[in-house]
Ligand binder design. Structure first.
Ligand code: SF4
Ligand code: FES
Length: 368
């Protein structure tokens, strides 16, 4: 197949994070602070990304505001010609810092929402006072006039708050909300019991989103990731492996998706050793599941194979133990029935059995 350049790059600037969300999708083994790429290296990577054809840069983590040099990094990305989006919990951002980011050219902010009230948000984020802080940050974002997307991760414990999350997005003047039902990768996998939505919740969320898309047309765009364990077809993960986007981890490893390190036989190149374009076009990990040649049945002869590219490789790895298997979410997968039974069982688990994200190993938290 002919390989096109990526459109988007996710730069995971750090794995440090003040929150401890139990659905964190970062790897179990976090990159340490002393392994993080420095300002100059990130700036070079941004230039290489722009030359490669990347248009949008998502600055993420962990919590990207934990990087003291965030403003400098935004400036470097804008100078490289990239559209910059900051994905943040808001913790670590002050009004002054936001104004500096605005001055440096930050184009857009994506603010995460752990719950629509302090009790839920602070419990899920494992950070007391986090919700109030976030609301303050949302106010500054509005005053400065950053285009805003709200990002709500929903699961069994907070799905009833979906209508309020939509209202809040409108109240905050957000142009878009991402309603993402929790995906079970990384740390989240050990919390399936406590977080798996019920089938009824999943259907209700589908209904609410469908109605809201009609009712809020022209006011709010709703991106929706449904509860895939309760679905019949998988999502087109990452827009298709190695087709649309790439992730750079805090230590410089270049990954086809954020969970790719859960596939044990893959090896990843590092931006410290190899130019980004070479990694994208020639890297072994990117070519492992590109296109359709790697597919076995039932995907190989399926009419949907160019639509979903067989679903999510990391989910196939996590559930079936084979990254080249059909995503078990798919009705055509021999594991689909078992997954549905599992989902029903997980959905009856105890909500108290939450394991919060272990505190990232770090030498010191930078002060504002
Ligand atoms: Fe997609 Fe494979 Fe299922 Fe077909 S069989 S719908 S290609 S996951
Ligand atoms: Fe890795 Fe879906 S998260 S392919």
């Amino acid at each position: 197949m002919s390989v096109r350049p990526p459109i988007a790059m996710l730069a995971e600037l750090t794995h440090r994070c003040p929150l401890s969300c139990p659905y964190c999708s970062n790897p179990l083994e976090l990159a340490r602070i002393d392994a993080e790429l420095d300002t100059d290296t990130w700036s070079r990577v941004f230039r290489e990304a722009a030359e490669l054809g990347v248009l949008q840069l998502h600055l993420s983590g962990g919590e990207p505001a934990s990087r003291r040099d965030l403003t400098e990094l935004v400036r470097a990305a804008r100078e490289a010609g990239l559209y910059t989006n900051l994905i943040t919990s808001g913790i670590g951002l002050t009004e002054r810092r936001l104004r500096e980011l605005d001055e440096a050219g930050l184009d857009h902010i994506q603010l995460s929402l752990q719950g629509t009230d302090a009790a839920m948000a602070d419990r899920i984020g494992g950070y007391k006072g986090g919700y109030d802080r976030k609301m303050q940050v949302a106010g500054w974002i509005g005053e400065i006039g950053f285009p805003l997307t709200l990002n709500a991760v929903l699961h069994r414990q907070n799905l009833h708050q979906l209508p309020r999350a939509l209202e809040m997005a409108v109240e905050m003047g957000a142009r878009r909300i991402e309603v993402a039902t929790v995906q079970f990768h990384g740390w989240a996998l050990m919390n399936r019991d406590a977080l798996m939505p019920t089938r009824e919740q999943a259907r209700e969320a589908d209904r609410i989103v469908t109605e809201a898309r009609q009712g809020l047309k022209g006011t709010l765009v709703i991106d929706y990731v449904p509860a895939d364990y309760h679905s019949d077809y998988p999502k087109r993960c990452m827009g298709g492996w190695g087709t649309t986007g790439l992730n750079v981890a805090p230590d410089g490893l270049v990954l086809p998706c954020h969970a790719a390190q859960t596939i044990p036989h893959l090896t990843f190149d590092n931006v410290r050793d190899r130019p980004l374009a070479e990694i994208w076009y020639e890297g072994a990990a990117f070519n492992a599941y590109r296109g359709t040649e790697w597919m076995a049945e039932p995907c190989r002869s399926c009419e949907r194979k160019l639509k979903d590219f067989g679903g999510c490789r990391c989910q196939a790895m996590a559930v079936v133990g084979d990254a080249a298997a059909t995503d078990p979410v798919c009705v055509k997968s021999p594991h689909h029935g078992a997954l549905q039974v599992q989902a029903e069982a997980f959905a009856k688990g105890s909500e108290d059995a939450l394991t919060w994200r272990a505190a990232p190993k770090r030498a010191a938290e930078p002060a504002e």
